[in-house]
Ligand binder design. Structure first.
Ligand code: TNX
Length: 607
């Protein structure tokens, strides 16, 4: 089968010429797999109203794909949760219906989560749901209990069973629905938060509405005991190829949290733009931040912008992982500071989509001053433990020059007190304490990465041909690439992070991440179109025990989320491999859920 290179720049000329093309990974795809909307047109940016698919076009495309797969709606069952919980014990005799008189009772340390639950439920239900400390009230209850704090079940006659946070770990929870109320028990606020995400999914989809809905708010009876498989469950957003405002990033964080993902990797710098202000190097943001793929304006985050992102994430138990891509992918930095370039000459700004041509001079001490200042600032702004140094596709820094550079940068990260993460290309460099490689290969056979793991590295697994959210779903879906293959929902779901990379022990796998590169992605609806429904698939691989893995069961559970996304104003792809239910009260029964307007302002949104 012929190999068809399908980078956006090969479907049309780059809007602004750049350095000569460099070979990109290609894959064998079915001949004739032409995009219905050429990626280069999509990449041409918001100014090109002809080229960019409108929300309506996306909607039509998705509607066509939905075809005849519309099935009647079904009531929510206790097991209809994504990601699949570890243990589900339904008790159909114990359904609980909110009356409107409930209070949310919570241990003081869990108060924030209780407020989030209230903020989630109030708009659609119209219930007042006051939040109060512990003792259950007489009229039914929603109780959030941190382990060790006893619930006075006798006050309501509730028999919620023995529930202890002790075995639930740092993120697990137990959720009990009885005829008398609902209780979530966890050892930590994070565990309570994940219990709340599950509770949210057990209510009818209309709970996602931000305006009152007349509905019977019934939760299916029984117990769920749930813990994650991996401590690292993430997604990446590339804000360098196209820049996205803080509000978009906040909304992406909300999407992660909904599916119990706990890391947001921000790809902050690349050839097309430098997106974070750095004290002492002001031109990185003011000059390097200007522009993006296709020639749009670009932009950058101030320290306050970044803090806002970090705060929003932390409130949703999401850790931000900032990436500064080094030594390659640095054209924007070189435009701002030519002293970092090997020839000390400023290159032109770059708005194309090739890779591998730029690099900071690994032989110059000034480069390491720059790296140290940048990483010190990110370390200061970032509460989480990780700093991601990129390291991919530095085709012009080879051999000892490359490994020597990576080893120095690893040491700089260590000096900030953070733990280094890098794309798996950094594998040949010496081990550094705790270091993590993010593996993005397309075949699981990678002896160099396996050897780095034997020397002590851990892995975040992001297979390009399963977890890359910028790959197209199908030849005829708009937006995205296909160099790593087409990724439909089943392909996103049907792999095992624990055994994917040959000769890597299951214990070395820290978790999974789904990267979204944005050469072809220009807006929030386009981000959401690529995230949904594949992000929940990857989230399930990160959270759920392998024993629950079952495509038939997953697609059935996932189908029930379409109406939730519709109610929440989330754009999604009505993938033909998922049996979406009809949505009788919504035009989305025939046209998919792509809002004409962006969704609600995330900053004021609940969870
Ligand atoms: C490869 S994956 C890249 C990115 C591109 C992406 C497009 C990786 C570490 N590098 O620079 O954006 O392909 O799919």
């Amino acid at each position: 089968m012929p190999t068809i290179p399908t980078t956006p720049s090969e479907t049309g000329p780059d809007p602004v010429g750049g350095p000569g093309p460099t070979a990109r990974p290609t894959t064998e795809v079915t001949p004739g797999a032409e995009p219905s909307v050429p990626a280069a047109q999509v990449a041409a940016g918001a100014e090109s109203s002809v080229a960019q698919p409108s929300a309506a076009e996306l909607a039509r495309a998705a509607a066509e794909l939905a075809g005849g797969l519309i099935a009647p709606p079904a009531p929510v069952r206790l097991g209809d949760v994504v990601p699949a919980p570890e243990h589900v014990t339904p008790d159909p005799a114990a359904d609980f219906t909110l009356t409107g008189d409930e209070a949310i009772r919570v241990d003081p340390a869990g108060r924030d989560v209780a407020e989030q639950l209230a903020a989630l439920l109030r708009p659609a239900t119209g219930h007042p749901l006051p939040v109060a400390d512990t003792t259950p009230g007489p009229d039914g209850l929603l109780a959030l209990t941190l382990s060790g704090a006893p619930l006075d079940a006798g006050a309501t006659g509730a028999d919620l069973g023995a529930a202890s946070g002790a075995d639930l770990g740092a993120e697990g929870y137990r959720l009990d629905v009885t005829a008398n109320g609902v209780r979530i028990v966890a050892a930590t606020p994070a565990g309570l938060f994940y219990g709340v995400q599950t509770l949210r999914q057990l209510l009818p989809p209309a709970v996602e509405s931000r305006t009152p809905v007349a509905a019977r708010w019934t939760l299916p009876g029984g117990s769920i005991v749930d813990r994650p498989r991996y401590p690292y469950r993430g997604a990446m957003l590339d804000v360098a190829r196209h820049f996205f405002p803080v509000s978009d990033v906040l909304r992406v964080i909300d999407h992660l949290a909904r599916y119990k993902l706990n890391h947001l990797h921000l790809h902050l710098t690349d050839d097309q733009g430098w997106r974070i202000a750095v004290p002492g190097w002001p031109r990185l943001a003011t000059v390097g931040g200007v522009g993006e793929v296709g020639g749009g304006p670009g932009g950058h985050y101030t320290a306050d912008d970044y803090r806002r992102i970090v705060r929003h994430a932390a409130a949703r138990h999401v850790t931000v992982v900032p990436e500064v891509d080094l030594p390659g992918h640095t054209n924007a930095a070189l435009v701002a500071y030519p002293e970092l370039a090997p020839d000390r000459v400023a290159p032109p700004p770059y708005t194309g989509t090739e890779v591998g041509f730029s690099y900071v001079d690994p032989a110059s001490e000034r480069t390491y001053d720059f790296v140290a200042d940048v990483l010190a600032e990110l370390a200061a702004l970032t509460p989480g433990p990780w700093l991601h140094i990129g390291g991919d596709e530095a085709f012009k820094v080879k051999g000892a020059a490359y490994t020597g550079f990576v080893e120095r940068v690893q040491a700089i990260v260590a000096a900030t007190g953070k733990t280094v993460v890098g794309w798996h290309q950094i594998a040949p460099a010496a081990h550094a304490d705790g270091r993590v490689l993010q593996w993005w290969g397309t075949t699981g056979d990678d002896p160099v990465t396996a050897e780095a793991v034997r020397r002590g590295a851990r892995l975040i697994v992001s297979p390009g041909n399963h977890a890359y959210l910028d790959m197209k779903y199908a030849p005829d879906t708009p937006i995205g690439h296909d160099w790593a293959g087409l990724i439909d929902v089943r392909k996103a779901y049907d792999w095992d992070p624990g055994s994917h990379v040959a000769d890597v022990s299951a214990e070395a796998v820290l978790g999974v991440e789904a990267p979204l590169w944005t050469e072809s992605v220009t807006s929030l609806p386009e981000i959401e179109f690529l995230l949904f429904p594949r992000l929940p698939a990857v989230a399930e691989l990160g959270w759920s025990p392998r024993s629950t893995h079952d495509w038939a069961g997953f697609r059935a559970r996932l189908a029930g989320h379409g109406p939730r996304w519709t109610a929440a104003g989330i754009t999604f792809h009505r993938a033909p491999d998922v049996p979406w239910p009809a949505e009788p009260d919504s035009p989305a029964a025939t046209t998919p859920a792509i809002p004409a307007q962006p969704g609600p302002d995330t900053a004021t949104e609940p969870v």
